[in-house]
Structures are given as structure tokens and as C-alpha cells.
Write a protein that binds this ligand. Structure first.
Ligand SMILES: [Fe+2]
Length: 511
């Protein structure tokens, strides 16, 4: 969702197209000027992801000197940082058909263990990454939670801060890993960070180039080097407000949506360290501490958004966010989980939320726009007396502490919440005070947490960029939001943070 323009509009301020006087047309290779020659031929670094108790995906991208039809090299996984004790090793083959990306599902590893990994090609080594398998048992689990990084909006300082946070076991990336727009359409050209290719991405080559550009960013590279990621896409990995059969930002003259969606999906699987599978929704077991359930709320089962709360089919049972097949999988995951916590990797806000703007109070791209499935999930959680469900949410570029309900003035008052929801701010995608005066935004924050509007909303910050950490132990949970000093220049300082705590089985958030 491209919300900030909307909030800007509602605050009565005009958005403007940015003036861009950069001509990239003469640059033969639109990315070569971003390469660090010392990293050749692995300019894009390394990444790891989808850890299980005995396996993890390791990833790199090779840039051979010529466009060879096939390139072969080796990989190593070690329990020591200096690679003196190799746990697993092997050979890889990559080809232009997969954009020379390399993805290995390394199996036979020890649970709950830190490993280092690297790749080799013609005698040159990649940087070495650090990763961690999921534990069989643990007394504490620390999740980094991030979303929404827009190359044009400024620097990815929060990714760098995340890389430096050594407490983190695994990072959940909730989507908007890239943005699809062309230069100057959605961002801040004053930082001099321009999208490549310069036009909106449509073709497979376009999506690949955009991922390649993001992965040449040193801060994002550092985050992947430091931690394993579990990622899910939101809309901008395809196009704004995407759903199964279309998107707000896909027009007829941009070709067939299905073809574009397949290109977007292919590039995502090439560039992200996700296990190859037909479905992106999947779950991970962190011993008896947590089950991480990652939902796909865009391409699997989402039907088109309605355009108003009075739309006749808003409550039609034919409308869905995740679809029947994923819904039954999700319910099975919840019922079969023996874990102390069920953490839902969720893209758009699940709880009822009144945004409090005149003319815009309910976000119809979020779960509030899909009330039938929203209610079905709430009923399922209530009926089965699950009291350990925590949604972690991206998309809004803002921080949220919500006691989950779809009925804030009814059942929430009598029976309380059905779950908790914690929203992570954007890494750097624009939020409200980049489009409206900070005093107005601060005033708005005070207004929307009022009981008369949102009794279920316990905390929001609509101003700051950064990342969230969720720390879980047997009976307690803690969310910590880390806010960066700036995104307008390289700076890894955290300016402030905010904590909220909660107890297992008690669905309230405490300051
Ligand atoms: Fe976003």
C-alpha cells in the first residue's frame, strides 16, 4: 500500500512529482557504477534464509567476466569463522537462465548452531556470511522484524543497525523489499539515490535489475551477511496494491498482469534466500518456543480491493485475503502447534484500526477490507481458545501496538482481545511527517490512540524509521522498536527506542 500520499492528501497537502534531471540512457550497464571492485565476482554479497533445525538456504549471485552459458564453483559452510572446520561443502552450477544466482539448501546441520558460509569462483571468494539454524529447544528467541525499504527514499541505515544487533536469531522480512516505481515517482531525489532501471519495472530483466541494485546497497548487504532471513512478499515486489489477478499500479498498456506477476515471482525466487516451492506461505518451528507462520496475502488468494465501505460486495463470502486453501493450512498450523507462541508473519494490519482521517478511516487494502476472512480467523482463534497468537505486521511505514479485535466497541469491551499485533516501522519508506508537519502528525498520534476512536490501539509512531525486535521467553514477550537518527545520510545511530511487554496467555500490552 502506498499510504503516505493518501495521508498527505487527507491532511490537505499536495504531493508533487519530483524533478529529475538525470539521464541514464547513455549508461550501457546501469549498475556497474555501483559495484565495489573488491567484491568481484560476488558484488552482491551473500545471504541465508529459511532456517530449519538441520538445514538453511545459502545464496549468492555470481557476475562472471563474460556471459558464459554455465559457471561452476564451490561453497563451504563452517562452524568456525576462519573456515578451519568445514561442516559441509559442495559444488554449484549457475546459468544466465537464473540470472547467475546460486541457491543451496544445505542439509545435515546441527540445530540451534551458528555457521559461517562462503562461495568460490575461479579462485576468488565471496564475503563470508553468518547464519543460524533453528533450535530444538531454547529459553529465548529474538526475532528482528522489518519491512518497506525504498532505495529512492534515502539510506538503508536501519538495515545496518539490524546487522549490528547480535542478539537476533533470525530476521522476518514482511515485504516491500523493493519498490517497483520508476525514478522520481515515489521517493526523495534529494538523497541522490535513483532507481535502476529508471522506468517502472515490468519485464523479468527489469525486476532482476531492481533486485540487483538493492543488493548492491552496502547496508542491505550487511544485514543479509549478519543474519538469516525469512521473507514474504507484499505488494511492491509486484506492483502497488497487488492481488491475485491485478494491481492498482498495473495498467492495461503495461501488458498482461499474469505475465508480469510471473516475472516478479521468478525474480523474487532468484534473489531471495527462500526455499524453492510453489507456495510462498510456509511455517518454521523454533523448538518449543515458537511456530512462525508466514502468510501470503497478495498472490495466493487475494481478490480485488473494494473502493468503499459501502461497496455492496464488501461482505461477500467470495472475497478473500488468503483464500480457502491457505486458510485451511493456516488453521491446521495453529491447531497442530505445540509451541508456546504462534507468531504470524503478516503483511497488512490484521486488527480493526481507525486511521482517524476525515474521509479515510478504514484501510480497505488491509484485513478491515476483507471482513469475512478477518472474522473467520478471529472466531477460529477464540473458539479454539488460543491465547498465544501474535501478529507481526509491515506495510504501513509506522509502528503499532494493537490488542487485536474486529469489534472494538462490542466484544473487545466485554471479552477482551483475541490476539496481539505489533507493527514494524519502515526501514526508510516515507511516513507521515515527511509529507506533513511533525506537529500535525504528533497531534494525530495522540488522537488515534484515544479510547473513543481505537480502544484496542495502545501505541503508535507515525514518524520514525527503523526496525523492531520481538523477544520471546516461556511466559513473556517484549517488543522493542528501534528508531534511527536519520535516513537522509549514512548514519547507523539509533536515536531512540520504545518497549512494550506482554505475558503469555494475557492479551494485553503494557508500556
Ligand atoms: Fe511499503
Amino acid at each position: 500500500m502506498k499510504l503516505p500520499y493518501l495521508t498527505l492528501f487527507l491532511l490537505g497537502l499536495a504531493s508533487c512529482q519530483l524533478e529529475v534531471n538525470v539521464d541514464y540512457s547513455e549508461i550501457e550497464d546501469p549498475l556497474a557504477d555501483l559495484w565495489d571492485p573488491e567484491l568481484a565476482p560476488f558484488y552482491h554479497g551473500v545471504a541465508s534464509g529459511d532456517p530449519t533445525q538441520d538445514a538453511v538456504i545459502i545464496w549468492t549471485k555470481l557476475t562472471p567476466a563474460d556471459s558464459t552459458p554455465e559457471a561452476k564453483g564451490t561453497w563451504e559452510v563452517s562452524s568456525s569463522e576462519d573456515f578451519s572446520s568445514i561442516a559441509k561443502s559442495g559444488e554449484y552450477t549457475t546459468r544466465p537462465e537464473r540470472n547467475y544466482t546460486v541457491k543451496i539448501d544445505v542439509k545435515g546441520l546441527e540445530a540451534g548452531s551458528t555457521y559461517f558460509y562462503r562461495f568460490q569462483y575461479e579462485g576468488s571468494y565471496s564475503i563470508s556470511g553468518r547464519t543460524k539454524t533453528a533450535p530444538k529447544q531454547t529459553e529465548q528467541l529474538t526475532l528482528g522484524v522489518v519491512s518497506c525499504s525504498n532505495y529512492e527514499a534515502g539510506f538503508f541505515n536501519a538495515y545496518n543497525a539490524l546487522a549490528k544487533n547480535e542478539d537476533i536469531d533470525v530476521v522476518l522480512h514482511l515485504g516491500d523489499y523493493i519498490y517497483e516505481y520508476g525514478v522520481g515517482t515515489y521517493g526523495d531525489s534529494s538523497t541522490g539515490r535513483f532507481h535502476r532501471p529508471v522506468h517502472e519495472i515490468l519485464s523479468l530483466e527489469d525486476y532482476r535489475t531492481r533486485y540487483a541494485q538493492y543488493r548492491l546497497d552496502k547496508d542491505l548487504r550487511a544485514a543479509h551477511q549478519a543474519h538469516p532471513f525469512i521473507t514474504i512478499w507484499d505488494d511492491h515486489e509486484i506492483a502497488n496494491d497487488s492481488y491475485k489477478d491485478g494491481a492498482q499500479n498495473h495498467q492495461e498498456d503495461e501488458g498482461d498482469y499474469g505475465v508480469r506477476r510471473n516475472y516478479a515471482r521468478q525474480a523474487y525466487y532468484e534473489w531471495l534466500p527462500v526455499r524453492e516451492s510453489e507456495k510462498l506461505y510456509r511455517s518454521f518451528s523454533y523448538g518449543d518456543m515458537a511456530r512462525l507462520i508466514m502468510l501470503d496475502e497478495r498472490l495466493e488468494g487475494r481478490t480485488q480491493q473494494v473502493d468503499s465501505l459501502t461497496a455492496p460486495d464488501l461482505n461477500s463470502p467470495d472475497r478473500s485475503m488468503i483464500g480457502a486453501e491457505q486458510m485451511s493450512w493456516f488453521q491446521n498450523e495453529l491447531m497442530s502447534s505445540q509451541a508456546k507462541w504462534n507468531i504470524i508473519g503478516n503483511q497488512v494490519i490484521f486488527s480493526y484500526l481507525n486511521w482517524g482521517f476525515p474521509g479515510f478511516n478504514i484501510n480497505l487494502d488491509s484485513w478491515d477490507g476483507y471482513p469475512v476472512e478477518q472474522a473467520a480467523i478471529m472466531d477460529f482463534i477464540k473458539t479454539n481458545e488460543l491465547d498465544n497468537v501474535v501478529f507481526v505486521t509491515g506495510d504501513t511505514h509506522s509502528s503499532w501496538g494493537l490488542e487485536v479485535t474486529n469489534d472494538p466497541f462490542g466484544s473487545y469491551q466485554t471479552d477482551g482481545a483475541v490476539a496481539l499485533e505489533l507493527g514494524t516501522p519502515s526501514i526508510n519508506s516515507s511516513n507521515s511527517n515527511e509529507r506533513a508537519p511533525t506537529e500535525l502528525v504528533l497531534e494525530h498520534e495522540v488522537n488515534i490512540v484515544k479510547d473513543s476512536l481505537n480502544p484496542q490501539l495502545k501505541y503508535t509512531n507515525l514518524r520514525d524509521h527503523g526496525y523492531m525486535v520481538l523477544t520471546l521467553s516461556e511466559n513473556e514477550g517484549k517488543a522493542t522498536w528501534y528508531y534511527m537518527e536519520t535516513i537522509l545520510e549514512p548514519n547507523v545511530n539509533v536515536a531512540s527506542n520504545k518497549e512494550m511487554t506482554f505475558e503469555r496467555g494475557v492479551l494485553t500490552l503494557k508500556e
